[in-house]
Design a protein around this ligand. Sequence first.
Ligand SMILES: C[S@@+](CC[C@H](N)C(=O)[O-])C[C@H]1O[C@@H](n2cnc3c(N)ncnc32)[C@H](O)[C@@H]1O
Length: 360
Amino acid sequence: MESLHETEATLIGQAHISNLMNAYAGSMALKCAVELRIPDIIHSYGGGPVALAQIASRIPSPSLETAYLARIMRLLVRENIFSANRCQPDDGHESHETLYSLPPSSRWLLQGPGFELSLAPVVLMLNHPWMMSPWHCFGDCIKTGGIAFEMAHGRKIWDFALENPEFNRLFNDGMACVSRITIGGIIEVYKDGFESIGSLVDVGGGIGKNLVEIIKSFPHIQGINYDLPHVVATAPAHDGVTHVGGNMFETIPHADAVLMMEIMHHWGDEDCVKILKNCRKAIPKKNGKVIIANIVLKAEGDGMFDKTGLVMDLVMMALCSGGKERDEPEWKKILEEGGFPRYNIIKTPCLQSIIEAYPL
Ligand SMILES: C[S@@+](CC[C@H](N)C(=O)[O-])C[C@H]1O[C@@H](n2cnc3c(N)ncnc32)[C@H](O)[C@@H]1O
């Protein structure tokens, strides 16, 4: 006969698996709230408390299902995305009506002017069916190799984006939000690191937004934004930034330092080593450095973002060929092979760390 202890452990297991297998419900409820702009609606009422009918009145629809909305809100209150309290009948509200508020921690879900540091576009991007369907291919990927995104959509993510303007917009909007948050965190903690350099090449810098932010804070830096020719062709001109088109696997423009933000995790080790060897050629041997902004995995860590790091590793597996997040020994290996034997890891107030690496 099972002991009381075993029975409890079995029940805990059942509850744990039930929660995990249904974890998508939280993501989907969150996506629904962002789509309907519920955080913005509550914010427009001063952050609450606000009644369901007031929220409903701001959602454009000829036939809104308030009962559905209430159920979405109930789960999101449980997930601490919104807070709720029951008002008393004499407050001018209907009897024991639930009033909702937006806690400060959910201000990340606000969108629009003044809320550039928003996670809302990332919620919409990561939870879109286009991004979710590759996850269903992991079993086949494990058995046969291959890339989940290609199995799901029949082409690489970049080709899919080229052919599908709606996906391109969704993906770019999400990525732009991630970059804004990351670059803010980096500038905050890496002041001395930027003070000491005169020129900086941002490899895979897209249309140069990160460099623009860096130069705003460190106007003495001469910035070179380096990306594929068709990408820099669309980059807006900015004082202090020169746009250069090219291929990082062939050559990288010369500068005191190289910045690579969210680049290396898209590539396998061999490709990363090739890129690092080109970085080494691009910087002075004596004082040159590479500044990498990427996740440093701590699989067992109990830090705020440590579990997210493992999830992002699977996002890379879902989307890219060879893409992965790396722990410190994995970083050390590719850095050494790429000609950077000395490095420091600097924590930032965001998911990514700075890996500052030197050729000597
Ligand atoms: C995920 S984005 C990161 C953009 C930017 N660093 C950021 O953090 O927002 C990766 C970038 O790498 C660029 N890229 C891909 N292959 C490249 C190559 N061979 N040479 C130069 N850039 C490349 C892409 O065009 C894209 O802009």
